[in-house]
Design a protein around this ligand. Structure first.
Ligand SMILES: [Zn+2]
Length: 409
């Protein structure tokens, strides 16, 4: 994966700029929560974390008593639209992986975020996805590919334009898929996406697809779930570091147009597969397909965390799928993923304990992005700006999500 730009460093002055005092830190490493901690931020980095860390003078101090600090969250499967950008940040999402959108507009959004003109998260983007003749492009442009030669050229062209990684769609013909994968390897760039209908999951692992979306190919709609067979496959995924972005919240919605019927495993089986993957050591990542009609940007990620817990992950494991795991996926653990000294100050301050109840991940008191403190009032203004007030109210919470009893006819 190519290194994507992070926000400009401003460690020019050594003076601390912000301290969160007496907070309970859930650092994302897997360590138990630790209370009474002071977190010092200098510029856009965390410069000290600990109980004995003294609070410098003339610095903004935020009282964290009774509150919980977690690393900033990532939504690893979105289709970025400009109007949604503030909604991510307002919901504690400090990074998104864009899986296909209007490339020029997305790059412009990223620049606007970097310059501080647009409040929004870190943005990693594939540019348009490469699809076969049968893929529908919907709202977002795609690159249409039918032959290996076209696939090769498409990979080159996308890479030259500055895609952070490459992205495939379900309708890619078999030969074109393998040519695309080979060119991605030659260009030393990652490729991700659903496993095309023409390819098996084993083959996509061999082709070193970096992440698989929507549990695609794991189980076709007409097959039954064979635990032993699935276990072999998951161990293979884990061994070759192929990540899975199950997008359970999207799979729970049979009405979603952006997810082709053919690619969807039955919902109950999806939940089981996710649990078994976590057990087998497959790297899971939170993703929502936000940007698709019907999925509320930002807020949907909290619904995804709840579904992961319903599937069998602990709240901490669920939080890691949105924090530490994305950092690992990108090979950027030095910059984010945990609350630790030296990391970018991208953090979420919660009013209640998400380990006790994952639904508390929604109870955002403040977001710290690039060292900047955004209090509840500022976040509310971002929600209004993105038109997300109503949208967030419609997110299903795990307790209420029903598995679709019947598939859409
Ligand atoms: Zn998608």
């Amino acid at each position: 994966m190519r290194l994507f730009a992070i926000l400009a460093l401003c460690l020019c002055a050594d003076a601390a700029t912000l301290v969160i005092r007496d907070v309970t830190v859930i650092d994302g490493t897997g360590a138990p929560p630790r209370g009474g901690v002071n977190v010092v931020i200098t510029g856009n980095r965390i410069t000290a974390v600990g109980r004995r860390v003294s609070i410098p003078k003339r610095v903004r101090v935020v009282n964290g008593t009774g509150k919980f600090l977690i690393p900033g969250l990532w939504d690893m499967h979105v289709h970025l639209r400009e109007k949604d950008v503030p909604l991510y940040l307002a919901n504690g999402i400090t990074g998104v992986r864009d899986m296909g959108s209007d490339f020029e507009r997305t790059v412009a959004c990223r620049k606007a975020v970097q310059s501080g003109r647009l409040p929004g998260p870190l943005i990693v983007t594939s540019g348009p996805a490469a699809g076969g003749p049968g893929d529908r492009s919907g709202e977002f442009p795609i690159v249409r590919v039918s032959t290996p030669r076209e696939a090769y050229q498409a990979a080159d062209q996308l890479d030259r334009r500055g895609s952070d990684f490459l992205n495939v769609l379900p309708g890619l013909p078999r030969d074109a898929y393998f040519a695309f994968a080979q060119r991605a390897r030659e260009l030393r760039t990652a490729f991700a996406g659903p496993v095309p209908d023409s390819v098996s999951v084993e083959e996509s692992i061999d082709a070193r697809q970096r992440s698989i979306e929507h549990l695609s190919g794991i189980l076709r709609a007409d097959e039954s779930y064979d635990e032993a067979q699935a276990g072999d496959l998951f161990r293979r995924m884990a061994r070759f570091s192929v990540w899975q972005v199950p997008t359970l919240s999207a799979l729970a919605r049979p009405d979603l147009e952006c997810l082709p019927e053919k690619q969807r495993p039955p919902f109950e089986t999806s939940m089981r597969a996710v649990r078994d993957m976590q057990k087998a050591g497959v790297g899971l990542l939170t993703g929502t397909d936000a940007g698709c009609e019907g999925i509320p940007p930002g807020a949907a990620l909290h619904g995804e965390l709840e579904l992961l817990v319903t599937a069998g992950l602990t709240p901490l494991e669920a939080i890691q799928t949105a924090t530490l795991n994305p950092a690992r996926y990108f090979g950027r653990e030095t910059d984010f993923g945990t609350v630790a000294r030296g990391k970018l100050a991208n953090l979420v301050l919660l009013q209640a304990d998400p380990m006790r109840d994952i639904r508390n991940s929604r109870r955002t008191d403040a977001v710290i992005f690039n060292g900047k403190f955004l209090d509840r009032k500022t976040l509310d203004a971002l929600l209004v700006r993105g038109g997300g007030r109503e949208a967030s109210a419609t997110v299903p919470s795990a307790g209420r999500v029903e598995a679709p009893a019947k598939k859409h006819e």
